[in-house]
Write a protein that binds this ligand. Structure first.
Ligand code: SAT
Ligand code: MN
Length: 589
């Protein structure tokens, strides 16, 4: 008798018609074999899927070049197929499930002809965690199989865990012929099923990541009373050895990975990494909020990564413990066979191929590495990995940070007055857009809790769910806003950022432990400058003041925008958050 899992795989194979079906066991030996296939057999756009990099300086590292039309998430082709449109909300594209399935069935018929179908059994979360989920993804490209090995806990044991169950998490992925007009990422929340076709890129194709661990998991969290969030998880150790656990939500490509792996500029402080992208948050028996990272790898932005900005990541990239480490869409220094990118420590190469694999002409002004080029590596390569990473219970959270990229208006750090006010702060969040998704860069868009592209249901209901979560906790985390990106009148960033952000975390920890008091303003509590540890930093006082300046006129313009945005959710938008909005609006007048 076959199992429901085997029957499901058979059914997908009948539709997609691969040359062969291969069930992965997640072993390292297998990974070497699949890598060989990626180097010598499979091709994308006429180029091998993988290129082996210089193994002395970049042990276990390989370069992947994506299809040139396929370099970021495609939000306009991403759908959440709830039974009713209202459930998806104004924040999602929606298609009726039957219509979506009919469309994808047509596109998928024979899409794996001549290819291998890889069946990838994996866990999101530690297998012993009560919060972990057993999943299976099908794909037809070695790049995705290798990436999923790094990003998740892939193992044949998951097949046993699923056993005869019907309700495992399913993902069907095919790159098909990379035609952008036939590209769709469709989510079926009631079936815990993601169906993705036409793209091999990150969040479009590694279905355990944004598709399951955020879009589908957020919907599960709504039913089951927990939260799936786009957040860093870190432990900050003070000189006495006390560790405070903090989560931080920032939109894609706003420095989450650098924050999670920060090398502290303050002596005696140390940041322990638990996650750089996704947090699942549950209320524990002690009435506190507990976080696990469902992932096991980093998929981080490469350009700008260096010994200066993220020495811990540079060390991890060169560590070569876990097989393999991948670079996607960086340039290649052809003299040394090393990856290269804008903002790297290595000097400008003399001879290089750009991210498309074409000779790079420096004089043309084009970038050698794609601005959204990425590294994929195991968390276990990281020397800052928290000793609690594999704790099935997760870690108890004392503070939640909401941040975005705002060159004006938003202060370096400020604190909410209550959980409800903190939820309002998260809901009104905005950020200037980056290269992580296919849209114009540098435009301000509202991005509540950094979840706009990832909340798998109506965000009005999502805000209500956040408010309810607050009521379930006897000891909820404090909520803060941060902005590392404020510019002065000359257009220069005021705050040095990176390792100096520890100074902001130190103030947050002082607030958590009630060691200092904030100054109350209409947007929340801001630090007294003397309560910030600025030792060894040389920022003139008037610039520091600018970091905390509250521009009333600017805020009233912002509030108009926020009102429009909130109104878009209609009656699903919680009254409590309108109440918080009105309090601020009244105070400005
Ligand atoms: O492409 S991913 O969604 O994996 C990366 C990101 O946008 O954060
Ligand atoms: Mn992300």
């Amino acid at each position: 008798m076959s199992t429901p899992l085997e029957r499901w795989v058979d059914e997908q194979a009948r539709l997609t018609k691969p040359k062969k079906v291969y069930w992965c066991d997640g072993s390292e030996e297998e990974a070497h074999r699949i890598m060989e296939i990626g180097i010598h057999e499979e091709k994308i756009n006429g180029l091998p899927v993988f290129h082996e990099l210089d193994q002395k300086s970049w042990p276990k590292s390989y370069l992947h070049r994506s299809h040139p039309t396929d370099v970021a998430r495609t939000e306009h082709l991403t759908y959440v197929c709830h039974s009713k449109k209202e459930l998806a909300g104004p924040n999602n594209n929606w298609m009726a499930p039957e219509e979506a399935k009919a469309k994808l069935t047509k596109l998928s018929d024979g899409c794996m002809r001549g290819k291998t179908m890889y069946v990838l059994p994996y866990m999101m979360g530690h297998p012993d965690s009560p919060y972990a989920k057993a999943c299976v993804q099908i794909t037809d490209v070695s790049y995705v199989a290798m990436s999923m090995r790094i990003m998740t806990r892939m193992s044949k044991k998951v097949i046993e865990k699923i056993g005869n169950k019907e309700n495992f998490v399913k993902g069907l992925h095919s790159v098909a012929d990379f035609d952008p007009n036939k590209r769709f990422i469709m989510h079926f929340p009631d079936e815990q099923f993601v169906w993705s076709i036409g793209s091999g890129y990150g969040g479009n194709a590694l279905l355990g990541k944004k598709c399951f661990s955020l879009r589908l998991a957020s919907w599960l969290g709504l039913q089951e009373g927990w939260l799936a969030e786009h957040m860093v998880i870190m432990g900050v150790e003070d000189p006495k050895g006390n560790v405070t656990y903090i989560t931080a939500a920032l939109p894609s490509a706003c420095g989450k990975t650098n924050l999670a792996m920060m090398q502290s500029a303050l002596p005696g402080y140390k940041v322990w990494t638990l996650g750089d992208d996704i947090a699942w948050l549950n209320v524990g028996p002690d009435g506190r909020l507990w976080a696990i990272n469902p992932e096991a790898g980093f998929f981080g932005v490469v350009p700008g990564t260096s010994m200066k900005t993220n020495p811990n990541m540079m060390t991890a990239l060169k560590k070569g413990d876990f097989y393999p480490t991948l670079f996607t869409n960086t340039a290649l220094n052809t003299d040394t066979n090393e990856p290269w990118w804008e903002g790297a420590d290595a000097p400008l190469p003399v001879n290089a191929l750009d991210w498309r694999g074409k000779p790079w002409d420096k004089a043309s002004g084009s970038k050698a590495a794609h601005p959204n080029s990425r590294f994929t590596l195991s968390v276990y390569n990281s020397r800052t990995l928290s000793p609690e990473f594999d704790n099935p219970k997760g870690v108890p959270i004392s503070a939640i940070i909401f941040g975005g990229k705002r060159t004006h208006l938003i202060p370096l750090v400020f604190e909410s007055r209550s959980w409800q006010h903190g939820v309002y702060m998260g809901a009104r969040m905005g950020s200037e857009t980056t290269a992580a998704a296919m849209h114009k860069e540098g435009v301000l868009r509202r991005d509540p809790m950094a979840m706009l592209p990832f909340c798998g249901y109506n965000m009005g209901d999502y805000f209500g769910h956040w408010l309810k979560m607050g009521k379930k906790m006897t000891n909820p985390p404090k909520i803060f806003g941060v902005n590392w990106f404020r510019k002065d009148d000359a257009g220069e960033y005021i705050w040095p950022g990176f390792g100096d952000n520890i100074r902001v975390l130190k103030w947050i920890m002082d607030r958590v432990n009630d060691r200092v008091k904030p100054i109350d303003t209409f947007i929340g509590g801001v630090p007294k400058i003397e309560d910030l540890d600025l030792s060894g930093l040389d920022i003139p006082r008037e610039k520091l003041n600018k970091l905390f300046e509250i521009d009333r006129l600017g805020w009233s313009v912002e509030l108009n925008e926020v009102e429009k945005f909130f109104s878009g959710f209609g009656k699903t938008f919680p009254e409590e958050l309108w109440h918080e909005y009105k309090k601020v609006a009244m105070a400005i007048k």
